[in-house]
Design a protein around this ligand. Sequence first.
Ligand SMILES: *Cc1c(COP(=O)(O)O)cnc(C)c1O
Length: 341
Amino acid sequence: MIRAMVESPVGDDGFGEDPTTNRLEAYCAELFGKEAAMFSPSGTMSNQLALRALIRPGDDVILDRASHFSVYESAPSADLAGVALNTVEAPDGILTPALIDAAIDAKCRYRPYAQARLVLLENTMNYHAGRLVPVSAICDVSDFCRANRLKIHLDGARLFNAAVATGTPPRGYGELVDTVSTCFAKGLGAPCGSILAGAKDVIEEARYYRKSYGGAMHQSGYMAGAALYALHHNIERLADDHENAQALYTQLIREGVPKSYFSPVHTNMIIIDLASLKRAAHEVTEDAAREGVLVKDISRYRLRLVTHLDVRANDIPRAASVIGAAIRKLMSVNRIYGIAV
Ligand SMILES: *Cc1c(COP(=O)(O)O)cnc(C)c1O
């Protein structure tokens, strides 16, 4: 990847003259079945530019309560896009026409009041343990939104994980939504960068805001070169991450971590919920880090384990044994004090 970056021809993207960035954008537009695409520094920026380009300040947005947008992007959505996030408690994070309809109906929607204009989807879903959103569910939402003049943005930071897991090509998702974003710096392993794909006029509008947000780069071809490399070499191998996550799950069960602590494993993530232990997840994070295994406490009681291209299959047994030992330690302390495990 670094060799590909160094060898990428570059120009000034400010004038649309960076050949590698232009190649990446054309490639991604095609990949997602859209007219145009725009490279930007981060997934957050792609998401925020989609909001800014698709709707107006003061508009309402409907989304799952545990979606990335709700958990991590409520501040920029209010501060930059000036929109209000109307969160919905969707079972397993899967929005349905009925849930969207109820969220619209929950407020007074005649003219002087806020209009619901956009639905946000995410696939795979970070806070739902890498859950796959079925194409059929996206189809239903898409039909509903078209009939009700709502736009849809798909936060596809991990859409390639979904594509690999289901066999649905990226355009199979892209064609159901107005805009789709993805990240090159997650499972695809690039140093940074994200793409936003959509209709030509929407991407033009997003380009205007990318400049005003300070996200326009000049010789961005070096980073676009990394993204192209990732798209050509690192997609199929996401299946290895999914296998490694399954293996890690199986081995953690064998290590004595109760099945009830886990959400189902769909792709490259495992979430372990220690709420029944009433012990802070960061205790496990700290114990595991001392052994060189990095896991993330994503909330007070929940741990997130992610398999990615720097984790090999033969790393899994040791990771399972370290994490398993850290969790068993909390369970045994609880047993001593007669607290439930
Ligand atoms: C990581 C992530 C983002 C944001 O990407 P950054 O490049 O970190 O800004 C957006 N959405 C989802 C679902 C993500 O996982």
